[in-house]
Ligand binder design. Structure first.
Ligand code: AMP
Ligand code: MG
Length: 394
């Protein structure tokens, strides 16, 4: 059986960014991935701009203060007719206003007294409280690339990119397998929690929901065939172990999928399967909810990130923290424990079983324990934090 790192490498090698692009309005572009850097169309600021409310004047005239200046103009942000300010005079400006010709600094209003005739109480240097034209960016500068965050959307708006060219989103077919799954379960049946979880985890992709399918060859083959033909990636849960009703692997192979990974030295998540057919890919995740989640975070979301045009390693962040309780190894497989990271401490959560979806409510990070090792309370460990949880670790 291969290691987690070997399995991740096998997946990484086959995770190519989607090339097709589309043009979308900026308002709909949150979390899309830019196909090419967005560039500035003009200098920013476009003019020498006051960065404080105060008085624009010549800095060298403040060498000996206090000194009085006659105020010859009042210039607000948006003003476009700018009077020339003669030596010994000043113009009132507000934040964001262009400073008028003849001036080279702004004395903040707090450092002055009076109004029509203003008394300057403090010397300023040339350029003080003025953002020079082009100080932030010059035309043609690359100002945004990659994932469109709210900050980058602001940047696109600032340079006039109200439509952006982004990569097509990956299309992901989600399929829950298992004859025990039912929406209105009788005593011997269970509800499908993996399907809704996966659809939520893939919210930034386009989802093809294939629902729940029983462990029957014909039904499975039809569902996987639809997924492989209509989506870039099929992600299934269940039916991927070594039992009589574990039909996912033979079904995928019948449909022409080459299996690259099946079985990883990982607990939970040992049965993980990954295969490809041309540019199409399939992940068979174990049915246990905790196993399905761990495999999604370690393998599937990195693959989806890379297909989306982001980095494979961008979505699982490493953070150092001190363990507040012990974690025991397994003799045969590297263990991955859902934990709670807060500040610089990480707390193990009670581990009941990989079927225990309830234990995940407080989880925001994983701690891995190598085969045969034991992590003592107080040990410094590396936590793996899924991107979606990074804002919940304070
Ligand atoms: P399997 O991987 O098919 O052997 O399933 C392992 C365990 O996960 C079994 O107890 C299943 O009943 C359970 N399971 C499988 N699929 C789901 C699902 N979609 N939602 C919740 N539990 C599931
Ligand atoms: Mg099953």
């Amino acid at each position: 059986m291969i290691t987690i790192d070997e399995a991740r490498d096998a997946v990484r090698q086959r995770a190519h960014a989607i090339r097709e692009t589309e043009r979308v309005p900026l308002d709909l572009a949150l979390h899309r991935v830019l196909a090419a850097p967005v560039r500035a169309d003009r200098p920013d600021p476009p003019f020498d701009r006051a960065s404080m409310d105060g008085y624009a004047l010549r800095a060298d005239e403040t060498a000996s203060v206090p000194r009085d200046f006659e105020v010859v103009a009042r210039i607000a942000a948006g003003a476009h007719v700018l009077p020339e300010v003669e030596p010994g005079k000043a113009a009132w400006v507000n934040t964001g206003a262009p400073i008028p010709p003849g001036t080279d600094a702004v004395v903040p209003v707090e450092d002055t007294r009076g109004d029509a005739k203003v008394q300057v109480l403090r010397a300023v240097k040339k350029g003080e409280n003025v953002l020079a034209a082009g100080a932030l960016v010059r035309p043609g500068d690359a100002v945004a690339e990659g994932l469109l965050t709210p900050e980058r959307i602001a940047i696109c708006a600032a340079v006039g990119a109200l439509e952006v060219v982004v990569r097509r989103r990956p299309r992901i077919a989600v399929l829950s397998t298992g004859s025990e799954l039912s929406e209105e379960p009788l005593a011997h049946q269970i509800r499908n929690s993996n399907g809704p979880m996966l659809k939520a985890l893939f919210a930034r992709a386009e989802i093809l929901d294939l629902g729940a399918v029983p462990d029957e060859a014909g039904a499975l083959e039809a569902a996987f065939a639809k997924g492989l033909s209509e989506a870039d990636l099929v992600v299934s849960t269940g039916g991927v172990s070594k039992g009589e009703f574990d039909l996912v692997r033979p079904t995928l192979e019948r449909l022409g999928v080459t299996v690259h990974v099946h079985g990883v030295q990982l607990q939970p998540g040992k049965p993980l399967l990954f295969g490809t057919k041309g540019e199409k890919a399939a992940f068979g995740l174990p049915g246990n909810p905790v196993s399905a989640l761990v495999c999604t975070d370690l393998f599937v979301l990195p693959f989806v990130a890379a297909r989306s045009g982001r980095g494979f390693d961008e979505v699982l962040l490493a953070r150092r923290a001190r363990l507040t309780g012990p974690l025991a190894a397994s003799p045969k497989r590297r263990r991955v424990f859902p934990c709670r990271l807060q500040g610089d401490e990480v707390q193990p959560l009670p581990w009941r079983s990989s079927a225990d979806v309830y234990s995940l409510t407080h989880s925001n990070a994983y701690v891995t324990v190598d085969i045969g090792y034991h992590l003592a309370q107080g040990a410094q460990v590396t936590c793996l934090v899924p991107e979606r949880s990074a804002s919940r670790t304070a």
